[in-house]
Design a protein around this ligand. Structure first.
Ligand code: V47
Length: 382
C-alpha cells in the first residue's frame, strides 16, 4: 500500500501484462516515456492498468479537481476550400447548404442560447476563398466591444496560416493584427494526424504537420496560449498516434505555450470516409490515458464530451482526463458528421457529471483561472 497524491491509501499497481511493468516504474518515478512505451500502452489489452497509471498522473497534478467552462461556439462560415475527407462541415463555395454569417448575425448569435453568462467564445470556421482578413478582425472587434469580459479563443493554426497567406502577411504580423482586434488565445483544431502519409488522405489541402507545429510556435511566441488536438480512429495506426503526441511534446518543451491536449474521436458519417466504423469505448479511454502518460509537459488533458458522449467523458475522468470542456451551446462540426450528443449542456449538468464521478467541479476561464458566479454574472480570480 502507498499513499496517493490525494492522500488516500492506494493499492500497488497490478497487471499481468509484463510490457507495462517497466512503464509503471517510470511513471511512478516521474520519468519521461518514449516511443516504445507509447506503443506498448496502445497495444496492451489491460486498459484498466493503463488507465490506473494515467489516473495516478492526473491526481498527482490535479487531485480531484475537474475543469469545465461556460463557453459558446461560433462557426462564422462553413464555406471551405479544403475539401478534407475527414470533414462533414465544410462545403465548396456555391454548393447546397453553405452559409456565411453577416457580422451582425455572428454578434447576435454570440448573445443567443443560454442565459448563463459565457466566459469564452470559441470561434472556428471554414477556409473561405473570398472573405477578407478584415471580416475576421471586425468579427472579433465587434465581439470584444459587445462582450468585453469574454475571452476570445479564435482560429486554429490552419486558419491562422490561411488568413495570413490570403492577406499577404507573415504569420507573426497577422497574429499581431488578430491580437489587436481582441483574439486572446487559439483553439487546438486542425492538427489531425501530423504524419504525411495519413494527412495526404484525410486532409490533403491543409497545411502539413510541420507547418501546423511551426504556426503553433509562432502563436506561443506572440504571447498567446493555444491547445492541441489529435484526430484518431480513422486510417492512422498506433505509430502515427505516438509520433503525433511526441511532436507536440517537443514543441511544448520549446515554448510551454500549450494548455490542453484534446484527443478527438473521428465521426465518419457524411464524410468521404463514411465506410469507417466509429471509435469504441476502449479506444476512447485508452487514447485519453496514453495522452496523459506521454504528455508529461501538458498541464491538462481534455475529454471533450461532445466527441465521446457525456457518459464516456465522465468515465475518462478516472483514466487521465481532468477537463471536459464546456457548455458549447451550439455545435456544428460533429453534428454534421453524425454526432448524437446534445448541442450544448447546462453548467449544472456538467457539474453533476463531474460530482458523480467522485471528482470536484472547478469552473475555469479559458486560461484556467477560477470563475465564481452570482446569478448570471461572473468574476475571474487572476
Ligand atoms: O479541427 C472535423 C475535428 C476539429 C470531424 O481547443 C472532426 O479547446 C471528428 O478542434 N469527426 C475542430 N472530428 C474541433 C476542435 C476543438 C474542439 C473542442 C475544443 C477545442 C479546444 C478544439 O474537429 C477539427 C477536426 O480535427 N473534426 N471533422 C469529424 N468528422
Amino acid at each position: 500500500m502507498t499513499e496517493s497524491p490525494t492522500g488516500r491509501p492506494r493499492h500497488e499497481f497490478q497487471t499481468e501484462d509484463a510490457a507495462l511493468w517497466p512503464i509503471a516504474e517510470k511513471v511512478m518515478a516521474s520519468q519521461r516515456l518514449n516511443m516504445q512505451d507509447g506503443l506498448a500502452l496502445y497495444r496492451s489489452a489491460d486498459v484498466l492498468a493503463v488507465g490506473w497509471l494515467a489516473n495516478l498522473v492526473r491526481e498527482r497534478l490535479h487531485g480531484d479537481l475537474t475543469y469545465f467552462n461556460v463557453n459558446r461556439h461560433i462557426n462564422p462560415t462553413n464555406v471551405c476550400v479544403a475539401s478534407c475527407r475527414l470533414c462533414a462541415f465544410g462545403r465548396k463555395k456555391g454548393t447546397e447548404g453553405t452559409y456565411t454569417m453577416a457580422l451582425e448575425e455572428a454578434w447576435a448569435s454570440a448573445a443567443s442560447g443560454y442565459t448563463e453568462a459565457v466566459t469564452e467564445f470559441h470561434i472556428v470556421g471554414g477556409l473561405h476563398p473570398d472573405l477578407p482578413f478584415e471580416y475576421f478582425l471586425d468579427l472579433v472587434k465587434g465581439l470584444k466591444e459587445r462582450f468585453p469580459q469574454v475571452h476570445i479563443k479564435a482560429f486554429t493554426m490552419v486558419e491562422v496560416a490561411f488568413l495570413a497567406k490570403r492577406a499577404k502577411l507573415s504569420i507573426p504580423v497577422a497574429l499581431e493584427r488578430m491580437k489587436e482586434a481582441g483574439v486572446d488565445s487559439c483553439p487546438g483544431g486542425g492538427a489531425e494526424i501530423f504524419v504525411d502519409r495519413v494527412r495526404h488522405i484525410i486532409c490533403d489541402h491543409k497545411i502539413d504537420g510541420s507547418e501546423w507545429l511551426e504556426t503553433a510556435k509562432m502563436v506561443h511566441q506572440a504571447g498567446l496560449r493555444s491547445n492541441a488536438t489529435m484526430l484518431y480512429g480513422h486510417i492512422e495506426n498506433e505509430e502515427d498516434r505516438v509520433d503525433h503526441i511526441l511532436k507536440l511534446r517537443a514543441v511544448q518543451d520549446e515554448t510551454g505555450g500549450f494548455q490542453t491536449f484534446i484527443p478527438l474521436a473521428f465521426h465518419p458519417e457524411n464524410t468521404a470516409l463514411s465506410h469507417l466504423p466509429r471509435t469504441t469505448g476502449f479506444d476512447d479511454l485508452r487514447q485519453i490515458a496514453v495522452g496523459r502518460l506521454l504528455l508529461d509537459n501538458f498541464a491538462h488533458i481534455k475529454s471533450y464530451w461532445q466527441m465521446v458522449t457525456p457518459k464516456m467523458a465522465q468515465i475518462s475522468l478516472r483514466f487521465g482526463a481532468d477537463d471536459i470542456d464546456g457548455t458549447v451551446v451550439e455545435e456544428k462540426i460533429y453534428h454534421d458528421a453524425g454526432a448524437t450528443t446534445p448541442q450544448g449542456m447546462r453548467r449544472a449538468d456538467l457539474e453533476r457529471l463531474i460530482r458523480e464521478a467522485g471528482r470536484e467541479p472547478f469552473e475555469r476561464d479559458t486560461l484556467y483561472h477560477p470563475v465564481t458566479r452570482s446569478e448570471d454574472s461572473f468574476t475571474i480570480a487572476l
